[in-house]
Design a protein around this ligand. Structure first.
Ligand code: ZN
Length: 311
């Protein structure tokens, strides 16, 4: 009897157009960003984080947020989200009619100060203003960044994370993603927190967002699955890393996550060959390689009658 027990399907949110591209030093053409989002929706990604309404002075790569949102072809069934750092960003975003807005706060006080120059309390007050402004027009989710470890404070405990979740839930936010911003989470830690949240805070719709700085992201994905997680954020090709987080590395590659999930019989709704063609498109536009191993391997193995090198 198989005791392996994981969900039959998971929901991926593609964050490459935002989390991936924001780390790129060369500004990508708006038309290419639009084409990228359209290719991702055509490949079957159910949710796509399209852009960020951060100040263009801070992040010139995202200065065309309005144009990208206006230019994409909205595929029925795909949910398009945007990252919103503050009330000004939310007001800009609202005009572009996203399906979802993502807010972010750090699990550790020092990281929040360095990242957004606010205390956690001030960030949460900002969320309250945004929620009042947005009302029920757009669904709102939150990402807790540095949820598994902080580059300034080191250890972040599950109790710290759950306490912050409670403050978000008190604001009416029930969809919460835990971000391993600097890639320090390990599978045991991931399993424990997913299990703890699902037992202690069953109303929370938990998501996980892994970075692969130390090669642990796929292992963390499997551990989260084993603990029952069904929602993940990944970036095409494994791009990314925050320009404001020292030591931040690439996101878990969507290519690698989709491949692994499909091989394990977990449905993602994503067409892997179409996804890999999108990664090829991305690589051409970026002009450099991307970390995804599945992309480098060309996707699924196609048996060709023996390996001539005998490996
Ligand atoms: Zn990320």
């Amino acid at each position: 009897m198989e005791s392996w027990n994981i969900p039959q399907a998971v929901s991926l949110r593609e964050v490459g157009p935002r989390d991936g591209l924001q780390a790129e030093p060369t500004v990508i053409d708006t038309a290419d960003k639009i084409a990228l989002v359209n290719r991702l929706s055509a490949a079957g990604l159910p949710r796509i984080e399209v852009t960020s309404f951060v100040s263009p002075q801070w992040l010139p790569q995202m200065a065309d947020a309005e144009q990208v949102m206006a230019g994409i072809a909205r595929r029925p069934g795909t949910r398009y989200s945007v990252l919103v750092p503050n009330l000004v960003g939310a007001e800009r975003a609202l005009v572009t009619r996203p399906d979802e807005m993502t807010l972010f706060v750090s699990a550790s006080e020092t990281h929040n100060q360095k990242n957004v120059h606010r205390t956690i309390r001030e960030s949460l007050e900002g969320f309250h203003q945004i929620i009042e402004k947005v009302g029920t027009q757009v669904s709102i989710s939150a990402v807790i960044v540095t949820a598994f470890g902080c580059p300034y404070e080191g250890v972040v405990t599950p109790a710290q994370v759950i306490a912050l979740m409670d403050r978000l839930e008190a604001l009416g936010i029930q969809e919460i993603t835990l971000g391993d911003t600097v890639g320090v989470a390990n599978p045991r830690q991931v399993f424990a927190i997913v299990q703890q949240v699902s037992h202690q805070r069953p109303a929370i719709q938990l998501g996980l967002h892994f970075h692969d700085n130390r090669g642990t992201a796929l292992a963390n994905l499997v551990a989260a699955l084993q603990a029952g997680a069904t929602r993940f954020e990944t970036a095409l090709g494994g791009l990314g890393g925050s320009p404001f987080s020292p030591g931040a590395g690439g996101n878990l590659a969507t290519d690698d996550a989709v491949y692994l999930l499909q091989e394990m019989g977990v449905d993602t709704g994503v067409d892997l060959p179409a996804l890999l063609e999108t990664t090829q498109f991305l690589v051409e536009k970026l002009g450099h390689a991307v970390p995804s191993r599945v992309f480098a391997s060309g996707g699924r193995m196609v048996p060709q009658g023996g390996d001539p090198h005998g490996h």
